[in-house]
Ligand binder design. Sequence first.
Ligand code: ATP
Ligand code: MG
Ligand code: MG
Ligand code: MG
Length: 474
Amino acid sequence: MTGNEIRARFLKFFADRGHTVVPSSGIIPKNDPTLMFTNAGMNQFKDCFLGMEKREYSRACSSQKCVRAGGKHNDLENVGRTARHHTFFEMLGNFSFGDYFKKEAIAYAWEFLTRDLGLDKNRLYVSVYKEDDEAADIWHLQEGVPRERIFRFGEKDNFWSMGDTGPCGPCSEIFYDQGPEAGCGSPECTVGCDCDRYMEIWNNVFMQFDRSSDGVLTPLPRPSVDTGMGLERISAVMQGVITNYDTDLMQGIIRHVERLSGKKYGANERDDVSMRVIADHSRATTFLICDGALPSNEGRGYVLRRIMRRAARHAKMLGFAEPMLYHTVDAVRDMMGDAYPELLEREAYIKKVVLAEEQRFAETLDRGLAILNDEVASLRAAGKNVIPGDTLFKLYDTYGFPTDLTADIVESEGFTIDEAGFEACMEKQREQAREHWKGSGEEGIAQVFKELHNCGVRSTFVGYDEMSAYGPVV
Ligand code: ATP
Ligand code: MG
Ligand code: MG
Ligand code: MG
């Protein structure tokens, strides 16, 4: 079953059970300054859960574009380290806004996995919050899951809250045993281990309480359900592969990289790593730009830039001398354009932005790498293995190397980086800039803008229209 088929099956399963299929919201959250990127299916329904917004449905399902590469959830460092974490992924979810609760949610999840998808019950495990006897009983008495396959975990893993106050509640997760060959081999390895063996596939959150500022939990009059299942992970399970990168969703892109590079995936581990990074990062890049992000030196734009530069460096390692990432936009479009038609609409614009950033970085990548190689060699000769802050700063400031890119490059040499030293250099530069600014007489210009603002003059962002030769893109 392909990833696209699984997505469609999931949405149909819940539509058949009275859920309204709601399109994914964009990755750049609207009206939510607390969130860097959309990181879960529930984000777009936040106000429904809080009771601040009423819609004409009380049950919904979606396949949500998510990025976890900055902000509260950051999986950037997990990409490549585990077989199951991506920067960009799709979250399948079903939601109840004060409609059904634990009994129905658990019944739906179990029916979908074991009947619709036909998963082997002997490979499935579940977890509940340590005090949630109700959920444990439903799993056991209603669905027949043996008690020994039901794990109880604490707050960190199995209690969800939106913030320090407000709606919160226990959650229940479903895990699939991928077999010993996927595991860490430790005799203690079991559900909850950080390795890939017992892979978390689905989280069911039961919004049950309202937490007040003094920590008191009051039961909500109409409790809700929010669930999320990673499409790439359930695809790996259905396709019998133990890494997400062997699913059709990722292989479609890797095959494109094979064609472009003339190299074969599986022939050599170093190249495989680069192909996986490019596959992951090209999806994040394509969708982030599609949804309105632009590479820059701060905030969301800087996360995007870091992702793109890391991918560009891996392209170089694969032997590409010319920009190539913008070609991977084609592969992402081919794989996902049916489900996300905005990719087809904005394709030309996305490629243009990717190519421009690749060209910009190409000018300094080679020189920066040469400097870094020299530095590694001389530090090693001196018996050291930490890249100092001033070198990190020079690479950042003059050659456009984000520190995590430098860290990534030197890691295989057994080197780490002096992040604190880098921060000190950054602070020094900021101070110098402030000094310069003070003496430049430009405060007057800032004052002019303030006065214009006070008179009601506003600037309008026209970047998309102006940048695209193909008309407005959003
Ligand atoms: P994990 O413990 O594996 O990091 P999580 O507990 O952080 O996952 P949730 O916030 O519960 O994840 O999200 C719901 C589901 O989304 C997970 O069960 C998983 O299937 C999927 N998921 C979460 N993070 C990622 C990711 N970085 N890449 C791919 N899928 C993910
Ligand atoms: Mg996580
Ligand atoms: Mg988890
Ligand atoms: Mg989870």
